[in-house]
Design a protein around this ligand. Structure first.
Ligand SMILES: *Cc1c(COP(=O)(O)O)cnc(C)c1O
Length: 345
């Protein structure tokens, strides 16, 4: 049994999802007539109370399209230092949008109204870039899966409104936040100018992300998607997986969260684990002592049948997901209990 916790992107589509994919009606999406893509886009937009949506190949693409569409060259994007748009998108903010970035250092990667205010430049100061866009991430990957609540976001939205700033959400794991808070999806459409959600993470689809926003914004983003070579034809195969996941695989995210907490309880007993970040959703991040490199530790774990990733010099990350079962939780506990002295030789 291989226990693969490197990411929630490692899942395989279930038989029922495959069935939905292979029986989906298809058309040419670049020409606008793939009925399954159109249905997914309409479904996601209405779920979040947004006017329109755009189905794309990845969350990097939906984030980058949002940033490209919202900004002009020389504009400044405010985000946290830990955010995916800065850390994991190949420097795309500067390449795709010719924009600069102000990096705030929030608690576990979360921005606050006062942190954002610190980075807003005066539009009359010609030395400065023009503050244009704020990007939040929910849940925060590098923050160990912590999440914002709607009132926290509303306070941030107020600062954005007061200063003419646009607000984008990198909601790659937004559904993980929502099943924890119980907040309605509709509230999000009111708070953000645009939202990116991933179907290929906890929702268990093979490929795909959605960008949501106003109709005019989505029209422009669609244009940039084509420019980047991201127009696709019978993409309904993939969109069908997304529709299936939204209908059947959202509520089960709670199981991923409870299994993540079980992993946390196992790690507490291990002598080499110095600190575990609070486990709020499906991400577990823990710290090893200075004497153990995360890369070495992860390599050793893999030889025991557990895969995680190194998330910093001494940090290791596990992410629970659709294909991580209760049997694997039991097996993982056995492996960690039996072998943990090996890890610190
Ligand atoms: C995974 C992820 C994305 C998008 O990643 P892709 O691999 O490009 O789909 C964006 N933001 C966060 C926080 C993520 O974890």
């Amino acid at each position: 049994m291989l226990i693969d916790l490197r990411s929630d992107t490692v899942t395989q589509p279930t038989p029922a999802m495959r069935e939905a994919m292979f029986s989906a009606p298809l058309g040419d999406d670049v020409l606008g007539d793939d009925p399954t893509v159109n249905a997914l886009e309409a479904k996601a937009a209405s779920l979040f109370g947004m006017e329109a949506a755009l189905f794309c190949a990845s969350g990097t693409m939906t984030n980058q399209l949002a940033i490209r569409t919202h900004t002009r060259p020389g504009d400044d994007v405010i985000c946290d230092y830990l955010s995916h748009v800065y850390q994991y998108e190949g420097g795309g903010i500067s390449v795709n949008a010719l924009a600069s970035v102000s990096l705030a250092h929030g608690e576990r990667g979360k921005l606050t109204p006062s942190l954002i205010r610190d980075y807003i430049y005066s539009p009359t100061d010609s030395h400065k870039p023009l503050s244009r866009l704020v990007v939040l991430e929910n849940t925060v990957n590098k923050g160990g899966g912590c999440y914002y609540t709607v009132p926290e976001i509303a306070a941030i939205k107020k600062v954005c409104d007061e200063n003419g700033l646009i607000l984008h959400l990198d909601g790659a794991r937004l559904f993980n936040a929502l099943v924890e808070t119980g907040e309605p999806t509709g509230a999000y459409g009111q708070l953000f100018d645009s939202i990116s959600i991933c179907l290929s993470k906890g929702l268990g689809c093979p490929v795909g992300s959605l960008l949501l926003g106003k109709a005019d914004f989505i029209r422009q983003a669609r244009r940039f998607r084509k420019l980047m070579g991201g127009g696709w034809r019978q993409a309904g195969f993939l969109a069908a997986a997304g529709i299936y996941a939204l209908d059947h695989q959202v509520d089960r995210l709670k199981q991923d969260h409870s299994r993540a907490r079980k992993i946390g309880a196992m790690l507490e007993h291990l002598p080499e684990v110095e600190e575990i970040l609070p486990i709020d959703t499906n991400i577990v991040i823990f710290r090893l002592p200075e004497t153990i490199l995360a890369a070495d530790y992860v390599e050793k774990l893999a030889t025991k049948g557990i895969r995680g990733i190194s998330f910093g010099k001494h940090l290791v990350r596990f992410v629970t997901h659709h294909d991580f079962t209760d049997e694997m939780v039991v097996e993982m506990e056995k492996i960690l209990n039996r072998d943990f002295y090996d890890f610190i030789d």
